[in-house]
Design a protein around this ligand. Structure first.
Ligand SMILES: Cc1cc2nc3c(=O)[nH]c(=O)nc-3n(C[C@H](O)[C@H](O)[C@H](O)COP(=O)(O)OP(=O)(O)OC[C@H]3O[C@@H](n4cnc5c(N)ncnc54)[C@H](O)[C@@H]3O)c2cc1C
Length: 477
């Protein structure tokens, strides 16, 4: 019997799990996939938005600004990459200057401070961003805009939650929910009981809610497609936004923590089956739109395209509330800026849990998580490390400089990697220019050795997604 069941291990379920792990509670996360964070958390722009564009008075506005202010501390505690690059919304021609001023006022209404935003003139914009389009006249500068690494935000929160006692059950799809005295959550791995259930099922949150109580909202997948540029392209220093429209924040150029630039996303309502598909139209739309804000975009340096879908609700705002069934909490419709808002949402949800269960703080909560990153070590420390364990001197991924030691660590940490994508999400082999051409066979070998299974049985990202079919050398079978 658990105190709390969290359905979903995206960034929302993950940050809630960590927040709850500060209290004397028995908590479990149920996740239907083979690994954590394979939903919207896996495919987004990675921006920790300032909070300049949500409609004032909405939950999005409130939790965006609060979440942004919590990110640096969370990132330091959990060793999550955090790039304080700032951002700017550009007026692509003179006709947009009035709108830019209105956005400045909206940002202030949302709680940004005077010294966190500023209108820049054309010369200032050019000095900061040499590749900005010649037509850009002014920009709204956003000092507190930053960039994170979304996979690691979720994984780090779950690892730390697990270090503090939270349990995780993967490949556990919630199929039904009933309430008698307590909740009975039926899954593909049996029935779990709890006093509180938190529905953080992303794009499926309406369906999960409907299992118990007819939800008063629907979730519509809104797809965003992207290009990734090679890390040797020095295109922008800060996040470059166009003016927002009713479709969202528009096509953005975002410098990533690890050196690439992301161009996108699009914004199109799609069927669930198409939620991660890229399209010819999407890709040409990005080319056209990005060329309005940035010049000299080297499209020949694209190393990958991908797509993810936002869980946009018919209520047009985040839905974070207890339902008519006491103890069943919906955390739904968490589209953008959900990644930014997650730490603030997790505190609010914990307060909702506190209305049903008396919360007492743990004395021994450990807020810290650390991982080995050889790229962060100076030569002396790296030499020391390699002397202790020479697997940290054996490069597996040449593009991103990732060692065998780091891959092995990612497999043996709490909530460790079990698939090729799982390793990529945790330590990034396969994220560089060759996109896994060189390192993937190495990663398969290491996974097989560490998990003590046949290389043929190593999955790409889920059960049944094995990459290898048969040996090409040695005796034919
Ligand atoms: C294109 C795009 C760009 C974005 N850009 C940004 C940005 O730059 N900044 C920002 O702040 N936000 C951004 N967002 C929003 C952000 O990515 C999301 O708000 C956030 O990832 C939502 O997290 P989540 O945990 O709610 O959902 P998810 O990550 O989708 O997690 C939900 C989980 O629930 C699981 N699940 C579903 N049904 C069940 C079931 N029946 N049983 C068990 N498990 C189940 C799923 O498998 C999944 O793992 C963007 C989103 C997209 C798609």
């Amino acid at each position: 019997m658990y105190d709390v069941i969290i359905i979903g291990s995206g960034v929302i379920g993950a940050t809630i799990a960590r927040e709850l792990s500060k209290y004397n509670l028995k908590t479990i996360i149920l996740e239907k996939e083979f690994d954590v964070a394979l939903g919207a958390t896996m495919a987004n722009s990675a921006i920790v938005h300032s909070g300049h564009d949500p409609i004032p008075g909405t939950l999005k506005a409130k939790f965006n600004v609060l979440g942004n202010r919590m990110y640096k501390k969370m990132s330091e505690e959990l060793d999550i990459p955090f790039l304080e690059c700032g951002g700017m919304v550009v007026a692509v021609d003179g006709t947009q200057i009035e709108e830019l001023k209105q956005l400045h006022d909206r940002a202030l209404k949302n709680g940004l401070k005077d010294n966190e935003i500023r209108i820049l003139n054309q010369g200032e914009v050019r000095d900061m961003e040499p590749n900005i389009s010649d037509t850009v006249k002014k920009a709204l500068y956003l000092l507190t805009t930053a960039v994170t690494f979304p996979w690691e935000v979720a994984i780090a929160n779950i690892e730390n939650a697990m270090d503090n006692g939270v349990e995780l059950s993967l490949e556990t799809e919630v199929l039904d929910i009933n309430k008698d005295k307590n909740f009975k959550v039926s899954t593909t791995k049996g029935v779990f009981e709890s006093r509180v259930v938190i529905n953080a099922a992303g794009i499926y949150a309406d369906k999960v809610s409907n299992l118990l109580v007819k939800s008063n909202y629907e979730i519509k997948p809104r797809r965003g497609e992207y290009f990734v540029l090679d890390s040797d392209v020095n295109l922008v220093n800060s996040v470059i936004y166009p003016l927002p429209t009713e479709k969202g924040k528009g096509v953005i150029a975002t410098p990533q923590y690890h050196g690439n630039v992301l161009l996108g996303p699009t914004s199109d309502y799609v069927d669930l089956d198409d939620k991660t598909k890229t399209s010819e139209e999407g890709i040409s739309y990005i080319r056209d739109e990005i060329s309005k804000t940035i010049k000299n975009v080297p499209f020949n340096k694209v190393i990958r395209s991908f797509a993810g879908s936002r869980a946009t609700s018919t209520r047009n705002d985040f839905i974070i509330e207890e339902t008519d069934v006491k103890g069943f909490i919906n955390v739904a419709g968490i589209d953008s800026p959900g990644l930014t808002a997650a730490p603030a949402i997790s505190k609010y949800v914990t307060d909702l849990v506190g209305k049903r269960i008396k919360l007492t703080k743990k004395n021994d909560f450990n807020p810290v998580r650390r991982v080995t990153r050889i790229n962060k070590l100076d030569t002396e420390d790296l030499n020391e490390l390699v002397k202790r364990d020479d697997r940290f001197g054996h490069i597996v991924c040449r593009c991103e400089n990732i060692t065998e030691g780091e891959v092995i660590e990612s497999i043996h940490r709490k909530c460790g990697a079990r698939s090729v994508v799982g390793v990529k999400m945790r330590v990034r082999p396969g994220s560089g220019r060759c996109q896994g051409g060189f390192c993937q066979p190495e990663v398969i070998k290491i996974l097989a050795k560490e998990l003590k299974i046949d290389p043929m049985d190593i999955n790409y990202n889920k059960s049944g997604s094995q990459i290898l079919n048969e040996s090409t050398k040695g005796e034919a079978k």
